[in-house]
Ligand binder design. Structure first.
Ligand SMILES: C[S@@+](CC[C@H](N)C(=O)[O-])C[C@H]1O[C@@H](n2cnc3c(N)ncnc32)[C@H](O)[C@@H]1O
Length: 233
């Protein structure tokens, strides 16, 4: 079986054709996008940023965890235009809340405006700034049921430090891109995209910490990008 690494949102498969078909099949049957989600993707495409966001099936997977685990309070670190945030917010109950952290002022404005047009806008707060600063301020609103980490890779260990303190026992910590484009298990020269040594070390340690069975019930889901999901014990 030959596995290939493709762009974010694409699928592990035997071939590009299989990948496209599998991707389309899952998205059509399990992860259909409505006009709000499509509007976000259209804007990402227009701005040359499509593919940095999670794919529809990954969004649906995140929403599945929110519903399955009856999650009420989420922190998302790294929001871009709000695509994953919308999938997550739609899994929340009426009284649920997601705090979305975004550093880039232009991304923040796009996310805020696009999410405002959705039916779940009351459950979403987009916060602009350096995630570590925003997290400090959010501490008083915790504990949280879920933290989704999808920002700068070098920051993953600091985000995990915060999440370990601020997610309730039984809550979920989820990290995206945890294969780091193949760098966590490949020689860096063999990886799908090169990453610097610090990023590789950070991501390996991030996964290693979450793999600790004394602290977490956890797994790295082999999505194309790798998504590590851990329930705090
Ligand atoms: C992979 S994108 C997020 C994609 C989004 N979760 C989605 O799937 O729709 C990463 C985002 O993190 C933001 N980011 C990077 N470093 C950050 C930091 N230190 N604090 C807050 N946000 C940061 C980037 O500006 C970018 O918009």
């Amino acid at each position: 079986m030959v596995y290939v690494f493709l762009k974010k949102g694409e699928f592990l498969s035997h071939s590009r054709e299989d990948k496209t078909l599998a991707d389309e099949y899952i998205n059509q049957h399990f992860a259909q996008e409505d006009e709000c989600l499509l509007a976000i993707r259209r804007q990402l495409k227009t701005d040359g940023k499509e593919g940095i966001n999670v794919g529809p099936h990954e969004g649906k997977l995140l929403q599945f965890f929110v519903r399955l685990h009856k999650v009420k309070r989420i922190v998302e670190i790294g929001t871009l235009y709000g695509y994953s945030a919308l999938w997550l917010a739609r899994g929340l109950p009426t009284e649920g809340m997601i705090y979305c952290l975004e550093k880039d002022p232009e991304n923040f404005i796009k996310a805020r405006d696009l999410l405002k047009q959705s039916e779940v806008s009351e459950k979403v707060e987009v916060i602009q700034g350096e995630a570590l600063d925003s997290l400090k301020l959010l501490t008083k609103k915790g504990p949280f049921d879920m933290v989704f980490i999808d920002a700068n890779k070098a920051g993953y260990l600091s985000y995990l430090d915060w999440a370990e303190e601020n997610v309730r026992a039984g809550g979920l910590i989820i990290g995206d891109n945890t294969f780091l484009f193949g760098n966590v298990f490949n020689d860096r020269s063999q990886a799908h995209l090169p990453s610097n040594e610090t990023q590789v070390q950070v991501m390996r340690e991030f996964n290693q910490r979450l793999a600790n069975p004394l602290k977490y019930n956890s797994i790295l889901i082999p999505t194309h990008e790798g998504m590590t999901i851990a329930q705090k014990l």
